[in-house]
Design a protein. Sequence first.
Lengths: 395, 382
Amino acid sequence: MDLNYTPEQEAFRAEVQQFLDENLPDDIRERVQKRLRPDKAMTERWQKILFDKGWGASTWPEEFGGTGWDPIQQIIFEEECALAGAPRQLDFGLRMVAPVIMTFGNDEQKQRFLPGILSGEDWWCQGYSEPGAGSDLASLRTSAKLEGDHYIVNGQKTWTTLGQHADWIFCLVRTSNEGKPQQGISFLLIDMNTPGIDVKPIIMLDGEHEINEVYFDNVKVPAENLIGEENQGWTYAKFLLGHERTGLANVGQWKATMKRLKEVARQEQDGQRPLIENTRFRDRLAQLDAELRALELTVLRVLTDKRGPGPQASILKIRGTEIGQQLFEMLMEAGGQDAIAHIPEALELDYKGPRAGSMEATPAAGDYFNMRKLSIFGGSNEIQRNIIAQLVLGL
Amino acid sequence: MNFDLTEEQQMLNDSLRRFVANEYSFEKRGEIIKSGKGTDPATWSAFAEMGLLGFTFPEDYDGLGGNAVDTLVVMENFGRGLVVEPYLATVVLAGGLVRDLGNDAQKADVLPAITMGERLMAFAHSEPGARYNLEHVHTTARKDGDHFLISGHKTAVLHGGQANQLIVSARTSGTATDKQGLSLFIVDADSKGVKVDDFATHDGHRIADISFSNVTVSADNLLGEIDNAFPHIEKAIDLGIAAVCAEAVGAMEAMNAATLEYIKTRKQFGVPIGKFQVLQHRMADMFIQTEQSKTMAILAATEADSDDRASRREAISMAKTLVGQGARYVAQEGVQLHGGMGVTEEMFAAHLFKRLTLINLLFGDADHHLAQVSDGLLAASA
């Protein structure tokens, strides 16, 4: 047993750092580090830069144009990107639908869809939840009826993150009402430009537009866009959720956030002393630092387990989201009364107007509000605890 | 011992409850916030007519001679409907300071004007880097003949951009860490040298950054004794804390009601989600936290007017600690139990969440007030 990185892994880390030093554009870095409003063009530009380097998909095997990195390398890469202030790559394509296509798609589908995901040309979003099907995902009702060589899709999806930008949506649709609800679900890829699709914004409690409702009104989808077999979609959906959960641990992002929180605690004044000298604040920071260390190592322990991530991935989702939420809560608390002001204009790079308190205080409360979603999406933390209780503990 | 409201307070409670339920809808609140004005003239006049604005002022100055328990009744109702009017700033903080420290002329000028709904006030005290340290004041007031010249920078001034007059704390002697040497001044908001940056807040209120550059203020506008304002600043903040504790309790009760309704009607897996024991226990804990907070808000209200500093401050800090923690729990779990709906702007619960979160940051968070209680323990054992 040895928890140190090998010399090869350290060399790999240095290589990633050097690449980021040389290739991450300053305006992107600034936007990310100041936690300004995310921007579609920024995500696409960064994906293109990574793609040109051959690093477009850190979690994919080489045969599909991925890096072929092992889990440790993937984590090192993700962590260094976050620490350098690189934007998050779009999970929906790279980490969610792509593994499904690779595992269950046919050759034609692989050739057709994977290159656009890798280069960032195609923006993907997720069509899982519906107004009546949240935690109880299997009760979804959006229907797809085969007519000739097309499916006709009708229904509504919700909580569609960044769907306003999307070229494609991967959907769970009901193709049969026979048997248990799980048995009649299929996995369908739908071009967002198809007539009959309507995207409506949902404004979140931080006042920002990040999520959407997507309506389908007699949308014609070629049958060749079906992944795998009809009525087997639940299997693919569960496979995908396992991948999503591992990603939701978000260790790299949280390490970058922790670094920022420590800097903020040194910068913000608590009367005559820096906030870091306030023992109550510092004790909580220390507690969170320890929990983050535990999360980091637990992720490594799970990912290097040769049996692969099983239901234990739920542990990572729960702890990862809880730690993330606490980090943003402490960033808000560090801002104190200055964090109360809401200045949406100040979330743009060119903002020069007045702000309340420090630069760090400006996005702090909005970020904290936004991060409440973490314990709700991707299978709420209550559902994750059910999974642990049922599948790990056998209760 | 008696936890009952007086007959008068009960009437106040009933009429406010009706007002908030019938006249202050979620949609109307949204429009008031969107206007960016920070106050709705019709609502404010209604408050004046109901006698709310002068409730805690002496009868000699057109008030009703009420106390912090009356404020508790008002603020609980405001919390229930998330009222965004500048009541805390005008009546509780600034009005309270003039009531407690003003000379006859000052009281005669300010208190009836507030009571009639004709004047908005704000308390400009907090400064950059002060965090929750009340003695941390760099703003200076220099004597110049029969005037003072005020210079400095104030932050987090609640409804500062809407106020006609500001109560400004400034140093007339000592350094930034001294409790001695602070004085208070009544300053017209349109005085030369006053610059206001007015911001919206995440919870629909307004807050301002205000700088003072050699602002000339008549010596007649000195509020209370020179150099001795600190204990009064503490007391004003304590009254503010008692008020927001009560507001938090109202908002927690509203969050519990909204969440209970949601989990009884939202169905997943074929049953209302309120049938799941894990959610029942969560809801039960929200209820426990709310009841505990209500008790502490009552303690804060009954102590807030007291001049026994040690006992008052201990009660206030205990209350703000537990109410802050309770508000956090109820706010977070209320959103969580609403699922995705809880993080959308269209749900009342999301707005309750934001107000409860930010009340925790006002006048010292739970950490800060726990430290006050803890330091008090140490001092008592020395």
